[in-house]
Design a protein around this ligand. Structure first.
Ligand SMILES: *[C@@H]1O[C@H](CO)[C@@H](O)[C@H](O)[C@H]1NC(C)=O
Ligand SMILES: *[C@@H]1O[C@H](CO)[C@@H](O)[C@H](O)[C@H]1NC(C)=O
Ligand SMILES: *[C@@H]1O[C@H](CO)[C@@H](O)[C@H](O)[C@H]1NC(C)=O
Length: 488
């Protein structure tokens, strides 16, 4: 599964004969294998039989949710009257409007679950590392238990935990990554962990960074980070069983936990992250205003956009080089760069086709997405899943991203939603050329498909519904059955 997605499946397919060959070869193989099965014979002509199989699985799923090997987000869960009491460990809790990250995920999720009537107790520290009083908002209780360094003091957190548990047992405990350390988790029987990035993926990040950057240095840096990766992976594989239940934020990470980390399939679940669908909306007028404000001419043929921290690891050296090549041949192509960091200045030097906007207010982000024809994410870090892809899709924009298993397995599952490339400049240039060749009209149609896909999979509401059902299923296995009469 993972290796199948390693090759560039649907971007710039004309560029590389070997990719064409391997694609065709695998198609022939698939067709041959399925030859006797007449009704499956029709579908695999393009990408193998998997999309068909998946569609049948997800829409018609009937059975125990613990056996589902696809994202729970794709199911429709109805309301239930059973109420939960949950304990949550999170490394930090967001103070103010700082975007992104694991803590934003935790806040979005637990505010939603508290609003659904569940009693939520969060053990954490403030993200700004300053003293704050605990939060008690309706059913949501946030306890700040910091040590001298500003990180969670586990002993203190457990003192509070035990007091609340004595007043009525928690139904389940949830930890965002290792916020609850494994040696503590071992002592807590009902614990589920959400992994936001595992060392198996981080190892790939280190590998790509090494391949891309270290070859360019005159004095190569020591590859210590690379050497460190494998022992870290081994360590993880050894301690992961200390947690009972595992939730992954991409389909591919779930597969790695089963196939490489050897965790029981039934204890590994996929729930994709969601973004607030009310903040990221399709609004072409705001996009037009944004273009005008930032000096994009009306006759621009394609406007691309990139957002986030403008640092090396996020792949900006790639995009910088690829875009400077592209603008030599294609004149009407523009690039909007949102965010701050050392690469901002270098982008500005590329000339009038690049507009460097600096860091945007959270309220401006949706306008930014609406102003572009395609969102480009050149990241070199295949760990976790970037929320920006989902935000752009909610705004009705296709995406151009590396072909990492997490992305092609869960977000850009086929060419209806965008373009993918291998993490090198040549492949990125080819993908950019495909975007330009397709043109604004095709991009717009892909954008419509993206928005529908995002609304059906990547909303905060769908994420909260999936987690709610997960914890209900852990409390009482009656809820593990799908569909229940209350599901629609
Ligand atoms: C953590 O909390 C415990 C219990 O309240 C306290 O005794 C200990 O000094 C704290 N540790 C740090 C490093 O702050
Ligand atoms: C857009 O218009 C400007 C001025 O009106 C012109 O100089 C430029 O060549 C045009 N660009 C394209 C891609 O047509
Ligand atoms: C792309 O994937 C979606 C979701 O699985 C599916 O509905 C759609 O038909 C696929 N499109 C193509 C062109 O394969």
């Amino acid at each position: 599964m993972g290796s199948k997605h390693q090759s560039s499946r649907f971007s710039s397919s004309s560029s590389s004969p070997s990719i064409c060959f391997s694609n065709r070869f695998s198609t022939i193989l698939t067709v041959t294998i399925l030859f006797t099965s007449l009704y499956l014979f029709i579908s695999p002509i393009k990408h193998g039989s998997e999309p068909l199989a998946r569609t049948i699985m997800e829409t018609g799923f009937n059975g125990d949710l613990r056996d589902a090997n696809f994202p729970w987000n794709s199911l429709f869960f109805g309301n239930n009257f059973e109420k939960l009491k949950l304990a949550v460990f999170s490394k930090t809790w967001p103070i103010g409007a700082a975007p992104g990250g694991m803590e934003r995920h935790a806040a979005t999720l637990y505010q939603a679950l508290a609003a659904k009537g569940h009693e939520i107790h969060v053990f954490t520290v403030p993200s700004d590392r300053k003293p704050h009083i605990d939060i008690h908002q309706g059913n949501l209780h946030v306890y700040f238990a910091a040590n001298d360094h500003g990180s969670v003091n586990c002993s203190l957190a457990f003192e509070i935990f035990n007091t609340i548990n004595a007043n009525g047992q928690f139904d389940y405990v949830h930890t965002e990554s290792v916020s609850l350390p494994h040696w503590r988790a071992k002592m807590v029987p009902h614990v589920a962990v959400t992994w936001h990035g595992i060392w198996y993926e981080i190892m790939h990040s280190k590998l790509f960074e090494e391949l891309v950057f270290n070859s360019q240095e005159t004095i190569p840096k020591p590859v210590s980070e690379l050497h460190e990766a494998m022992p870290r992976l081994v360590d993880e594989i050894r301690f992961f069983p200390s947690y009972t239940q595992h939730i992954c934020i991409s389909k591919s990470a779930g597969e790695v936990l089963v196939n490489i980390y050897q965790l029981p399939q039934r204890n590994v679940h996929v729930i994709l992250n969601g973004v607030d669908e009310t903040k990221f909306v399709h609004d072409p007028e705001s996009g037009t205003r944004f273009r005008k404000k930032h000096g994009i001419p009306i006759n621009a043929s394609i406007v691309m956009g990139v957002a986030g921290r403008l640092v090396r690891d996020k792949g900006h050296p790639f995009l910088h080089e690829a875009f400077s090549k592209i603008t030599k041949t294609y004149t009407g192509v523009y690039l909007l760069v949102a965010g701050s960091g050392p690469w901002g200045k270098r982008y500005a030097e590329l000339g009038s086709n690049v507009k460097v906007l600096g860091a945007l207010e959270p309220s401006e982000l949706s306008e930014f997405y609406n102003a572009i024809d395609v969102f480009v994410n050149p990241t070199l870090r295949p760990q976790g899943l970037d929320l920006t892809l989902m935000e752009a899709m909610h705004c009705g924009k296709p995406v151009l991203t590396p072909n990492y298993p997490s992305i092609v397995g869960s977000v850009v599952v086929n060419q209806s939603y965008g373009y993918t490339f291998s993490p090198n400049v040549e492949s990125l240039v080819e993908a950019l050329k495909s975007v330009i060749k397709d043109g604004a009209k095709v991009l717009k149609n892909k954008g419509i498909a993206c928005r529908q896909h995002a609304l059906s999979m990547f909303t905060a509401t769908k994420m909260a519904d999936a987690y709610e059902r997960f914890f209900l299923c852990m409390k009482n296995d009656r809820f593990c059955h799908y569909p229940l009469p209350t599901d629609c």
